[in-house]
Design a protein around this ligand. Structure first.
Ligand code: URA
Length: 458
């Protein structure tokens, strides 16, 4: 169906081509009542926002209605398509080589993308990636990269392709020519409590992946308290939906479902996660972060037919973490995107830092029974590390550095966590931070499982 955008009344559409005009308010009303949209309505919603005739506040209302009433698979596919069509898609045919992409649905302390982009590129695959900023309680890859002095996070189509060809990796935020509509919806979702909707997440994630056109995509679907899909059932649903929509666009999506029952690794916060990324690329990273990166990376290598088993892929990637090649690729990526590579040696001096670092001691001798990722995330956001309005600047230096993870033994008075927060926030943040930890006198036996599912089961 062709949309008729009447010049005189651009906020109305002629849905059936019979002169019956529907305006944006009717569309909002329809979703509020729980009715399904047509493709034309979804297209109109997205196109009219981009054209300026529909306003942010109207899309915000639609997002809330969609969050509460849901979107079916067709509506989600159309939304994905409208996001893709709002910009260009990359034609990677002249790039050569096998191009992969990786995306996470968002977690706490989740810097897997920062590690995997250079790691996979060091393995000889091409890595083409569009990422987002912080969303809801989760941090965003793009904000994290901006902690690196000079690093340019919006690449135009031509520069993106050129970089992919020359160094084998490129990473960018949504731009005016790559899924700009997802960028607009994404920023609104972040500040309107409309993030944790399976169809909205699927459309947002898949559209970015279709736009950059990799041969295969590996999705890390997070589950647990620190994820948008809290239950394993929801995570399965999201994984399936992304794969199905991907298939409709002719793309293969592989999925890993991984745990977000405690923060991933030890660092939460932009500068701290960049620092942890550097250590991981030097082969000195936290065990859980390394294991997850190796698993996702091995799935990409297997999907690209580069290895005969997951184990072989993991071993190859581990070698790249330990022989300096993954770190060397990160250096190339930083230089290519205008960043200062000296950050790799002098991260404490070069990454933004707060004016205070405070230690939280354990109140007891025993074992760490639980670390609530939602409280950790709230501490970082409330210390200035997240947005409340979409224009808000964020403080890239604030964060939380765990010294202990679930199951670790602790002595009374021993530091369990460091808080990186400025003077004006640290007291409240410290009070909140204490509540994230619970302790047990006896060893902890029920440890969260890191990886729940790998699809396909190679
Ligand atoms: N990542 C995205 O790109 N979009 C979402 O909605 C969630 C995670």
């Amino acid at each position: 169906v062709k949309i008729v955008l009447r010049k005189a009344k651009p906020h109305r559409i002629d849905i059936h081509g019979k002169g019956f005009l529907v305006n944006i308010v009717d569309i909002l009303d329809k979703k509020r009542r729980g009715q399904s949209h047509t493709e034309t309505e979804i297209k109109f919603l997205v196109e009219s926002l981009m054209a300026g005739s529909t306003k942010d506040y109207q899309v915000s209302a639609w997002l809330m209605a969609a969050c509460l009433q849901g979107l079916n698979l067709d509506e989600t596919t159309w939304l994905t398509k409208a996001f893709v069509d709002s910009g260009n898609t990359l034609n990677l045919s002249q790039i050569g080589g096998f191009v992969v992409d990786k995306h996470s649905t968002g977690g706490v302390g989740d810097n897997t993308s920062l590690v995997l982009v250079p790691l996979l590129a060091a393995s000889g695959l091409k890595v083409s990636k569009l990422s987002g900023r912080g969303l809801g309680f989760t941090g965003g890859t793009i904000d994290k990269l901006e902690a690196i002095p000079g690093f340019k996070t919006t690449l135009k189509k031509e520069s993106f392709l050129k970089q992919l060809q020359t160094i084998g990796a490129a990473i960018s935020a949504q731009t005016s020519d790559l899924t700009p509509a997802d960028g607009r919806f994404y920023a609104l979702r972040d500040v309107t409590a409309t993030v944790d909707s399976i169809p909205l997440i699927a459309a947002s994630v898949v559209s970015k992946k279709i736009a950059v056109g990799a041969h295969i995509v590996v999705l890390d679907i997070k589950t647990g308290r620190g994820a948008f899909t809290k239950s394993i059932e929801e995570a399965h649903l999201l994984a399936r939906m992304c794969r199905e929509i991907g298939e409709k666009f002719g793309k293969t999506f592989y999925t890993v479902i991984s745990s977000m029952e405690q923060p991933l690794g030890y660092a939460v916060g932009h500068s701290l996660e960049v620092e942890e990324t550097i250590r991981t690329l030097e082969g000195r990273g936290p065990k859980d972060l390394e294991e997850l990166c190796l698993t996702i990376g091995a799935l990409a290598l297997k999907g690209a037919d580069r290895t005969s088993s997951m184990e072989e892929g993991k071993a190859e990637l581990k070698e790249l973490l330990h022989n300096g090649k993954a770190l060397a690729m990160f250096r190339k990526l930083i230089v290519a995107q205008g960043g200062d590579p000296e950050v790799l040696e002098s991260y404490k001096e070069m990454l933004p830092q707060p004016n205070r670092i405070s230690m939280l001691p354990s109140p007891t001798k025993g074992y760490v029974l639980d670390i609530d990722p939602m409280i950790i995330s709230k501490v970082v956001k409330e210390s200035g590390g997240g947005r409340v309005c979409k224009e808000d600047p964020i403080n890239l230096g604030v964060g939380v550095l765990l010294h202990k993870k679930i199951g670790d033994p602790v002595e009374k008075g021993e530091t369990v966590v460091e808080l990186y927060a400025d003077d004006d926030h640290y007291r409240d943040a410290m009070d909140m931070l204490q509540t994230a930890f619970t302790y047990s006198e006896t060893p902890v036996t029920a440890m969260p499982k890191l990886i729940h599912e790998i699809y396909p089961d190679f």
